[in-house]
Ligand binder design. Structure first.
Ligand SMILES: C[S@@+](CC[C@H](N)C(=O)[O-])C[C@H]1O[C@@H](n2cnc3c(N)ncnc32)[C@H](O)[C@@H]1O
Length: 294
């Protein structure tokens, strides 16, 4: 595929198979897509995963929107673009809605946006990588062993992944149509290592579910980000917070490890003193004193 799509995948540290697993498709589909063959919806999902955007097309949050903006900006009707590209009117309309084939998409782009090129990737917490990639770092087994031995068996992982080593009685999986931000949580212990790009949303969700009595205890692994008013006004008065010494080596989808380039904390809700003591014996760091609610 043109526009360095393959280079973007490699820069994100993903094999064709790893990207395919993230997108719930097969490695052949990724291989074909990189050669300009396949369906546009898969290409768009892969672009989102790799934070791969095109410059030189037009404004819009997604490529289909950009295509439409580009055509309208140039004051062209579907019929005119059809004559220019040799594609049918229906095909062009379908591409502008996110459908169609990659081959037709490339033909359309060459005709209406010949200067299209890859936009420089944005920085993320994990470095240069797409949203799906940076949010799919799995908790390593040695860290999980400390969690199991201090807090007990995990009943619920509300943001689980098929490739994650976290052992939980119940897992909410996006790939099964689940959504940990809306589905009810239940059980004694929930372990949460959420997508860090939506940290506050997940902390609030954990707090809501614990507050509602749906789970007895929450153990939540998070970057140390304490700037929100909600953290100060609400969470810090009910949560126990453990600041980790050193960095955790998370697992990537391709099985390789990567240390976090930022500091981590463990936030617990409803954990008792024994559990907290056992955790401190197993993992270097310290518990912050609980803040007074008043
Ligand atoms: C940082 S990974 C952690 C996976 C696993 N909990 C672990 O600790 O190894 C976060 C996962 O949350 C999943 N995820 C993102 N949004 C979700 C949602 N709304 N509901 C459930 N899972 C979600 C992603 O697929 C991603 O694999």
């Amino acid at each position: 595929m043109i526009y360095d799509f393959r280079a973007a995948r490699l820069a994100a540290g993903l094999s064709q198979r790893a990207l395919a697993e993230l997108l719930d498709t097969d490695a052949q589909a990724i291989k074909r897509m990189e050669k300009g063959v396949g369906a546009v919806p898969t290409l768009i999902a892969a672009m989102k995963a790799l934070n791969f955007r095109l410059a030189g097309v037009g404004a819009g949050a997604t490529l289909p929107e950009q295509l439409r903006t580009r055509r309208l900006r140039r004051g062209m009707s579907l019929d005119q673009v059809a004559t220019m590209t040799g594609l049918s009117r229906t095909t062009i309309a379908s591409l502008e809605r996110g459908g169609g084939s990659v081959a037709s998409l490339l033909r359309l782009l060459e005709a209406i946006a010949p200067n299209a090129r890859r936009r420089s990737p944005e920085r993320s917490y994990w470095g240069y990588a797409g949203e799906l990639d940076r949010d799919s770092r799995f908790t390593p087994p040695d860290f999980m062993n400390a969690i199991y031995s201090a807090f007990g068996e995990v009943d619920l992982d509300p943001c689980a992944h098929l490739l994650s080593p976290v052992v939980a009685r119940c897992r909410i999986l996006l790939s099964d149509g689940g959504d940990g931000l809306t589905d009810d949580w239940s059980g004694r212990l929930a372990f949460v290592n959420p997508p860090f790009s939506a940290l506050l949303k997940w902390l609030r969700r954990a707090h809501d579910q614990w507050h509602a009595g749906n789970v007895e205890t929450v153990v939540f692994l998070a970057p140390v980000r304490t700037d929100s008013a909600w953290f100060h006004d609400t969470l810090s008065t009910v949560a126990d917070i453990y600041l980790l010494r050193g960095r955790v080596r998370f697992l990537k989808a391709d099985g390789k490890g990567q240390h976090t380039p930022f500091s981590l904390m463990v936030v617990t809700l409803g954990a008792n003193a024994d559990q907290r003591r056992r955790f401190a014996e197993a993992v270097p760091g310290f518990w912050l004193a609980r803040r007074d609610a008043g």
